[in-house]
Design a protein. Structure first.
Length: 467
């Protein structure tokens, strides 16, 4: 969804690009220097300009309070309210950000449109003696205005002749988040949605658009839980690349916190040395679980299953089973079924959560279980397993070995992932075939065209019309 349009009735609009380089004069008209930057206080929805930075003679930098010293301003410059000798210079405060230095030409996150964009200009709103930042111009008009306002105007007018519009693309300040500068201690605005407040899938979409250095910078500000969720939501091709760029200790910690099947998928795509290093650094149980899953071939039920399921002996009562469910950690995946096994781990039956609610607490799980189970072997192809899950409309399918021992489950989410991977692979193949087809057709056309030219040249030569 695009960021909302910005309007401001009764006020005039300025752009930072138009103000930079314009003169700063004191109350007597003496020229003190040229505007080099404007500072804002970040704790407001639409922050006001708080300081003026300008370059004096010899390019010496100065900073003064906007509220104390600025009298009038426009895109032709700034006039101060006092004489030069009455000015007291100041410094950038901890809650201030310089617009040109910290925002212009920087990448930001549009937290409303969920995308990474570059700031081409900044739009300011003038009301009386106050000047406020409205938002960032991220479209072509900001680039054109940066070249020269006349260039922008010319392009807009030419576009009108062809009944086209070159609209501004503005992102309001309260929908912006910074990437290139460490402002983790600065509150950008009162209503601002920080990256760590977004849904993990949205964070993943944003991270995928960044280069590795920026990705690592943003990632540092996410806690372990949010970081783990964000990695799990990333596309496969980005996951291993991202983990490979992290320090070993951090990468091992994050993978150890992931669901074993997701962790195994990432480790499988890492270089062997990196994978072994991470497995040695993480907890013994986590590493053993991941190694067990790595033993199964990719693209099979064993390779896609998760080992996070709930199974109880047939001698357990309904009450015992409910206590097992209550003791599960908060981050345990959603439980659809409770599987019933014998003393050797062989799968005997299954009970839904609804069954546990309907029967008395003293009933044995082995007596009330449903024993007509649809299961698969770990060697089955993932597309066949996915097809069966959707055919029989079950939330999860148990994976058993040749002896019937329960190894894991394949969930509906796993099935959807397998289908999406197949569709993406087919699209890639079709795209490659299309390119190949176009290339072959082009070569054939060129070949036939060359033959026609050769035949024509031969005819002209035989007819005595050659030169």
């Amino acid at each position: 969804m695009a960021a909302p349009a910005l309007t401001n009735g009764g006020t005039s609009m300025l752009y930072l690009s138009q103000m930079i380089g314009e003169p700063v004069v004191d109350a007597t008209g003496e020229r003190l220097g040229t505007i080099s930057d404007l500072a804002i206080s970040t704790g407001e929805v639409f922050p006001r300009i708080t300081s003026l930075a300008f370059q004096g003679p010899g390019r010496v930098p100065f900073m003064i309070s906007w509220r104390k010293y600025v009298d009038t301003f426009d895109d032709d410059g700034i006039v101060l309210s006092v004489d030069a000798h009455d000015i007291r210079f100041s410094y950038l405060q901890p809650d201030e950000v310089l617009l040109a230095r910290d925002l212009m030409d920087r990448q930001i996150v549009d937290t409303q449109g969920m995308k990474v964009v570059r700031v081409n200009d900044l739009k300011l709103s003038q009301s009386g003696t106050q000047l406020r930042l409205l938002g960032a111009e991220v479209g072509v008009r900001g680039i054109l205005r940066g070249l020269h306002p006349l260039v922008e105007k010319a392009v807009v007018n030419v576009a009108k002749l062809f009944h086209k519009k070159v609209d501004e693309q503005l992102i309001a300040w309260n929908y912006m988040d910074l990437l290139d500068r460490d402002l983790s201690e600065v509150q950008l605005s009162v209503t601002h949605r920080r990256l760590d407040e977004l849904h993990p899938a949205d964070v993943a979409d944003i991270l995928e658009q960044l280069d590795p250095q920026q990705r690592a910078s943003v990632f540092e500000h996410l806690d372990d839980a949010r970081a783990t969720e964000a990695i799990s939501e990333m596309e496969d091709e980005y996951q291993a690349e991202f983990i490979d760029d992290l320090p070993d200790a951090r990468a091992a910690e994050l993978i150890g916190n992931m669901d074993p099947d997701d962790a195994a998928d990432i480790v499988r795509d890492l270089p062997y040395e990196k994978a072994e290093t991470l497995l040695r650094l993480m907890g013994v149980e986590d590493a053993a679980e991941i190694r067990r899953l790595l033993g199964y071939k990719d693209g099979t039920a064993g390779g896609m299953m998760t080992t996070q399921f709930v199974a109880v002996p047939r001698t357990y009562t309904v009450g015992d089973t409910i206590e097992v469910l209550r003791a599960l950690p908060e981050d345990h995946p959603t439980v659809h079924y409770v599987y019933v096994t014998d003393e050797y781990g062989k799968l005997l039956g299954v009970n839904s959560l609804r069954t546990l609610v309907l029967f008395n607490a003293d009933r044995l799980m082995g007596d009330i279980m449903f024993d007509e189970i649809i299961s698969c072997l770990p060697s089955e192809e993932e597309e066949d397993v996915a097809a069966d899950i959707f055919k029989y409309d079950i939330p999860a399918m148990p994976v058993v070995d040749e002896h019937g021992t329960l190894l894991g489950i394949v969930t509906t989410d796993d099935a959807w992932d397998a289908i999406e991977d197949d569709v993406a692979s087919d699209k890639t193949k079709m795209s490659a075939l299309s390119i190949a087809g176009i290339t072959v057709a082009g070569l054939m056309g060129l070949f036939l065209y060359s033959l026609i030219l050769l035949q024509l040249a031969g005819s002209l030569h035989l007819g005595g019309l050659h030169y």
